[in-house]
Design a protein around this ligand. Structure first.
Ligand SMILES: Cc1ncc(COP(=O)(O)O)c(C=O)c1O
Length: 425
């Protein structure tokens, strides 16, 4: 907490935070560098770490992560544009998405960007592109769903029997079919899984990685040489949102993997990771201002400017994504039980629906108008995806107007094309 207190104090002294503040996000770049260094030292050198851009799509953050030695995992053409704008070279990018268009696939293959195939229909498109671009340097493989079951949060559990992601390994004769697909295509040289995110245990994630490794060995043996060179084990390390403690750590996950999948640590395969939340979440926070307070039904309510528009998961799924808050006096001192009465509080956001709450029924030192509220651990999947317009994927926007039989649709904002970004490299 001490460091966040210092950052807030500094931001107040330098008038970044003042009485006109609504809500801002702050990323701690020193801590970010430390987190990446913890990651790199937890694993041996046959591991290459990419950052899941969806977790924090800000160009400045991506530039820093690149400088610290990370690559980029992107899951949409918008994220790919952002990674390219941040200076990542194509060989350090991996493209994952369950809905790649033909243009996405062509752009990747024509520009040597690696990708993980989600399904057989996508494979059919790639088969055609491989005829057109036989010399591509893209590293290509399947994303498999090891179907090992769900963690505590269904919306972030990617390896359930019916998950929308990847090739369902345990269904019917899918395993044998996949082996045959690799046998027939020497250019399939990697294999991918992302077997869980927040809410999954380390051992469950490692079970998915073990299934991946076992399959790669079986495919290679059936082919008679090591066609699969790269194993992509995804991200998914959960984050502790209950305190400032970083747990589980990268080295704890490495220890579990070392025990359950020792082959990963032998240099036989290049291993890629794609951590997002565990890199970004604890290195960022939101500061917002208390605009008003009131008492309703015996509950102290503090209305702020951080709600569903930047704390989307928490506002809509509060049980799965509980989040901590700390109050500060307008001069930057932390509110504690020493300087304030503790009262049962709801911290609310600004949006016009009743569920727009950051926390509910919490005993907190009493917040007053013009106080600041710090929302902890929000460096991933929160403000970073909304704040900086320049770093957002520019989706095209259309306006529809006119009566039923006479509707007209016109483009009011064009999307940047991926080729534009690539041609400027
Ligand atoms: C393919 C893939 N890789 C990496 C990630 C990042 O996961 P996390 O932020 O939990 O590390 C995700 C998250 O959904 C994903 O789907």
């Amino acid at each position: 907490m001490k460091r966040k207190q210092q950052i807030i104090q500094h931001a107040i002294n330098s008038q970044i935070i003042d009485s006109s503040l609504s809500a801002i996000g702050i990323m701690d770049f020193d801590r970010l560098a430390q987190t990446v260094s913890d990651l790199q030292s937890a694993f041996p050198t046959n591991f290459y770490h990419t950052f899941a851009v969806k977790a924090n799509a800000l160009v400045k953050v991506l530039e820093a992560l690149k400088q610290y030695g990370m690559g980029a995992e992107v899951a949409s053409s918008g994220e790919l544009k952002i990674a390219l704008a941040a200076g990542y070279s194509v060989e350090n990018i991996i493209y994952d998405s369950p809905a790649k268009t033909i243009d996405d696939l062509r752009t990747c293959i024509a520009n040597d960007i690696s990708l993980n195939i989600d399904n057989l229909q996508e494979l059919a498109r790639i088969d055609e592109l491989m005829v057109q671009y036989p010399n591509t340097k893209s590293v290509i493989g399947f994303r498999i769903n090891p179907q090992i079951g769900s963690g505590d949060i269904s919306s972030t559990s990617t390896a359930t029997a019916t998950s929308k992601f990847g090739y369902a390994l345990a269904d019917g004769d899918n395993r044998q079919q996949l082996i045959a697909l690799y046998q027939a295509r020497p250019w399939l040289t990697s294999l991918h899984t992302h077997s869980g995110s927040q809410g999954c245990s380390l051992s469950l994630m490692a079970t998915g990685v073990a299934a991946l490794c076992e399959l790669a060995e079986e495919i290679n043996q059936s082919i008679g040489h090591q066609q699969i060179q790269r194993l992509d084990i995804g991200g998914g390390l959960p984050v502790n949102f209950a305190s400032d403690e970083v747990t589980p750590s990268f080295s704890e996950y490495a220890a579990v993997l070392r025990q359950q999948v020792p082959l990963l640590f032998t240099d036989k395969y290049q291993v890629k990771t794609e951590f997002g939340r565990a890199i970004a979440a604890k290195n960022g926070f939101i500061v917002t201002k208390v605009e008003y307070t009131k008492n309703s039904g015996g509950r102290h309510i503090a209305t702020t400017h951080a709600g569903a528009q930047i704390l989307t998961r928490t506002a809509f799924l509060p049980k799965s994504w509980p989040i901590r808050v700390t109050g500060f006096l307008p001069d930057g001192r932390e509110r504690t039980s020493d300087n304030s009465e503790v009262v049962t509080t709801d911290v609310a956001g600004p949006c016009c629906f009743a569920g727009d709450l950051v926390c509910v029924n919490q005993p907190l030192p009493k917040l007053e108008p013009n106080d600041y509220v710090l929302v902890h651990d929000t460096g991933g999947y929160y403000f970073s995806n909304h704040f900086d317009y320049n770093s957002l994927p520019r989706v095209a926007v259309y306006a529809a107007s006119g009566a039923e039989q006479n509707i007209s649709i016109s483009c009011i904002r064009q999307a940047d094309s991926l080729e534009d970004v690539l041609s400027k490299m």
